[in-house]
Design a protein around this ligand. Sequence first.
Ligand code: CTP
Ligand code: CA
Length: 223
Amino acid sequence: ADGIPDDFPLKGKKILVTAGPTQEALDPVRYFSNHSSGKMGYAIACAASRTGAEVTLVTGPTQLEAPQGVSVVQVNSARDMYEAVIKRFEAADVVVKAAAVADYRPETVSGQKIKKGDGPLLVKMVRNPDILTEIGARKTHQLLVGFAAETENLEENAQRKLEKKRLDLLVANRAEDGFGKDTNKVTFFFAGGRRQAFEQMPKRRVAEEICRAIAGLLETSVL
Ligand code: CTP
Ligand code: CA
């Protein structure tokens, strides 16, 4: 089905997928987050699992059901996600980082609910670890796939992220084409300069194309 061949090279491969937003606590009842729905990462986990891969999905909070046959690890903050990914990185063949990881978190988390007082409230935000950059620096045999949703300078930003994070494939889209939607319009930027542009299509189809691209990369890497 879906044009995926039976002898698909993802069979038996350990694939680690991250999805969804992260939540960065401010106090016991409040957090900073973003509009990521998790749909793209879940679709990739599904597609990879259907083609016989052994999939672990590390996910921030979403409204989505756990995909069948996929081992799910729930996390909240970027630092939780960082730990969950680092722990499983060595054993992975492929890492797909579809999560919208918060770049910043509040420097301190108040133990008590913050009272409104007289305001304004100043919150100092500090940098979270960049998970993909970290595993890019550590990678040995793993294939790395990253994402970039941009509102401007798509090509330039995509190319820079591909190189800086030492990715094998970067999936780029304009933020308005994918965020929160069931469809996306993406361009693949491969290490080495090859590019592949797609029309707007369901995320399920985008996920299949990503799996197809990963399969191609796995095949060429063993030749
Ligand atoms: N990413 C990550 N850890 C972070 C931030 C991002 O692993 N702390 C990953 C994302 O999962 C995505 C890729 O890096 O696959 C690109 O994320 P993006 O937000 O587009 O890029 P940044 O490097 O964070 O740069 P900026 O937000 O400034 O554009
Ligand atoms: Ca970011």
